[in-house]
Design a protein around this ligand. Structure first.
Ligand code: BGC
Length: 742
């Protein structure tokens, strides 16, 4: 902590209104207040603050900082972040008023089917430090529950009443409950990134439906003229069905705003909630004049570092979809979806999507914070299926078990961060957790077998498996998990081996290398038939993961690739893989002699396929391939698990950068790299990536019977450029263009 944080946190006491949240979200937000006098302006002034709940601070009526949902979501059972703001510009000589409003947020608000997960009472800890003096939270503060925000919850929305009302203040109590350990803010901040203006509007069942033209995470900011007491309702949806708002897929999340106007002009801007939506329907119980409507986009603050575009507009739209998936689901934690009563830090899709994410944004700060939380839940190496964890979806909440792909995020995510950004010190910090997770898989496998069988992780009853694979039921997804588990185990062991090699831990490198060899032997013996097909399992994800994770020797590899190619052809180039296979399907084909099939799958417009979503107007990718069916109707399986903003299938972005542009890091962080494009039927492609050394640019084009490739290699870097013919050009920093006959 900085010195002002220290001074202040030593002097400050946790204060509370003492009001208990008895039912889900029964308590309106509360505002703590302190007035103080300054003879003159100090040389500097800092506000150090955190809360059990989410807070927004105001000094003399002006918002402190530009962040939302602070102190952010961490494993509150263990730790909580503390923020520090420079507030000098907001102070004045004379009377000053410091106010901090605290709402339920993640601490008390609804999470999944629970509430009050971390406690049932809100509290505030803050201090204003200036020129050596401190105004800390203590018994002298007062609090009111009579502010304009009458209700706030992430899932259910917000109620704001702008009518004038006398506020009843009462003295605060000292908070006697257990509080998490304080740690200085180390994540990113959620901020309003942009304001979308509606691209159209139409009459809906209850009011006017505004179309923002884009599915996103955020809120509506609304200016209206209305009569005193008019009640305005804003409902949200990702899609329209027969011209009407359709949000049954939000499940129990009400995702609505109730806004009560004062006479004349009103501006409503909810700041303690957000929704995932493209459409908002605004209605009033009395006539209203809408002066302006904006869709304020919320996302965690990250630097945009990559771009990809090609000659096929449909793929460009797909790229835009997955970037919006990222923006809407990297909101404080990597969520599965921004709309329904879930929005949890699910590990599974974060495991596979992290590589695509690294190409588009600098996610290091965001993801390192999430890993800190993930690891804070680690017990005997295993991690929960979502982080921060409420234990809700784990078979035994207090003691997580290793889970194929979901748990492997403990190994895969830090390794992806290392490859992308080259931060060796971070890798070193993560290494013990990566190793512990791989060893938890080892123990799990050993529990069920002897001899070679101890290397097969195929007995766990609880696996999510080939999640969301088209046309199959939960039962099939789960059952496939036990076949895929050994492959993911093998991959994690290999990545830990690579990490050990990078860090110079030679004993570990040797041990994990031997373990990988044993898993490989056991797998080949148990699974592979002589024609390259798999004995117990004949489904796409199985071939894909076996090929991509490199468990097959050369001859077997060619045979299995042929089996996969046949499966792909039999299925009319449709994507018959769930969460664990989809990220690597195109790689498994393109890297094993079937690049033309990879492009047929990528460019297939039928369901299930990426361009099916694009063809049906997706602006973010969906959780289910058939969320909208080929005939345009809504998912026939019902609204229970159909998000229109899930990034699991956005993992295709990895193929755009690593194969279509051909950009692969050789030395972590792109100090040395490879450019070897796989062009398929595309006429051209281009992209950029900002690295720590500078910006890499790749652009290729087919024209007049020639193939031309231009690459910019940043200072201190070296690259190997491989043309489609296989000709290699080793180069150092500079701008290069190579050409060859097609
Ligand atoms: C989530 C997924 C998640 C899965 C785990 C779903 O409800 O939305 O994305 O990975 O559960 O089984």
């Amino acid at each position: 902590m900085t010195s002002s944080e220290n001074i202040c946190m030593r002097a400050a006491k946790w204060i509370s209104s003492g009001r208990v949240n008895e039912k889900a979200c029964s308590l309106p937000p509360e505002t703590y207040q302190k007035t103080f006098h300054l003879d003159g302006l100090p040389a500097q002034a800092k506000l150090t603050v955190t809360a059990l709940g989410i807070y927004e601070a105001y000094l003399n009526g002006k918002k402190v900082g530009e962040d939302f949902f602070t102190p952010g979501y961490t494993n509150y059972k263990s730790h909580i972040q503390v923020q520090e703001y420079d507030v000098l510009p907001l102070l004045k000589a004379g009377e000053n008023v410091l106010e901090v409003t605290v709402a339920n947020g993640w601490y008390l608000g609804r999470i999944g089917n629970q509430f009050n997960v971390y406690g049932n009472c809100r509290a505030l800890l803050a201090g204003l430090t200036f020129d050596g003096a401190v105004i800390p939270t203590d018994e002298s503060w007062r609090v009111t529950l009579d502010g304009p925000v009458r209700f706030a919850d992430f899932y259910d929305g917000e109620t704001i009443d702008l009518r004038k009302k006398e506020r009843q203040y009462f003295p605060v109590q000292l908070y006697a409950g257990k509080t998490p350990k304080l740690i200085p803010h180390f994540g990113t901040f959620v901020r309003a990134q942009e304001a979308l203006v509606p691209v159209g509007s139409r009459q809906g069942a209850r009011g006017t439906i505004y179309d923002f033209g884009q599915n996103f995470a955020g809120v509506v900011r609304l200016k209206v003229r209305a009569k005193e007491g008019t009640c305005i309702t804003v409902r949200h949806a990702e899609i329209l069905m027969d011209g009407k708002l359709f949000n049954e897929n939000y499940r129990t999340a009400k995702a609505a705003l109730t806004l009560i106007a004062r006479e004349g002009e009103n501006e409503f801007f909810p700041t303690f909630t957000y929704m995932g939506f493209r459409y908002a329907e605004i209605s009033g119980d009395k006539p209203i004049e809408v002066l302006s409507v904006e869709g304020v986009v919320y996302s965690s603050e990250m630097r945009h570092i990559g771009s990809f575009a090609c000659s096929d507009e449909r793929l460009n739209r797909l790229q835009s979809c997955l970037v919006w998936n990222l923006k809407s689901n990297f909101v404080e934690i990597p969520t599965d979806c921004p709309q329904r009563d879930e929005r949890l830090g699910w590990t599974g899709e974060t495991c596979t999507f992290s590589r695509t994410a690294c190409f588009n944004y600098d996610i290091s700060t965001f993801m390192n914070k999430w890993l800190f939380d993930l690891y804070s839940h680690q017990v005997d190496g295993a991690v929960p299926s979502a982080a921060p964890s409420t234990g809700m979806y784990d078979p035994s909440p207090q003691k997580p078990i290793p889970l194929m792909m979901w748990g492997d995020s403990a190994v895969v995510v830090p390794w992806m961060l290392y490859l992308a950004y080259g931060d060796r010190a971070k890798l070193k910090e993560h290494y013990p957790h990566m190793k512990a997770y791989a060893l938890s898989e080892k123990r799990e496998a050993e529990r069920h077998g002897k001899g070679l069988k101890q290397y097969l992780w195929d007995k766990n009853k609880y696996q999510f498996g080939d999640w969301a694979c088209f046309g199959k039921t939960w039962y099939t997804w789960n059952r496939r998990g036990k076949h895929l588990a050994t492959l993911w185990y093998y991959n994690s062991v290999n990545l830990v081996k690579e990490a050990a090699r990078t860090l110079g831990y030679s004993e570990d490198e040797k041990a994990f290398s031997e373990l990988a060899a044993n898993i490989q032997r056991a797998f080949l013996k148990a699974y592979l038939r002589s024609d390259g097909s798999f004995r117990h399992a004949h489904f796409m994800s199985m071939y894909v993961d076996a090929l991509y994770f490199g468990i097959l020797p050369e001859r077997e590899r060619a045979l299995a690739a042929k089996q996969l190619a046949e499966l792909v052809e039999e299925n009319d180039y449709k994507v018959m893989t769930g969460f664990p296979g989809t990220p690597y399907l195109l790689f498994a084909l393109a890297d094993n002699g079937y690049p033309e099939l990879a492009f047929k799958v990528l460019l297939n417009e039928r369901c299930p396929g990426w361009l099916h979503m694009v063809k049906h107007g997706a602006t973010t990718l969906w959780e289910r391939w058939d969320a909208i069916e080929e005939d345009g109707s809504f998912f026939h399986g019902g609204a229970g698990m159909v998000s229109f903003n899930h990034y699991a299938y956005g993992t295709v972005g990895d193929f755009f950068y690593r194969r279509i542009l051909g950009l692969e890091t050789i030395e972590a962080g792109y100090r040395t790299f490879l450019v070897r494009p796989v062009c398929g039927p595309l006429a051209e492609a281009k992209g950029e990536l900002q690295t720590a050394y500078g910006t890499i640019c790749v652009a290729w084009k087919k024209e007049g019977g020639k193939f031309r490739l231009s690459v910019t290699v940043p200072a201190s870097c070296a690259a190997t450029i491989v043309m489609p013919s296989g000709t290699e050009h080793p180069v150092s920093s500079g701008d290069y263009t190579f050409e060859e006959e097609l």
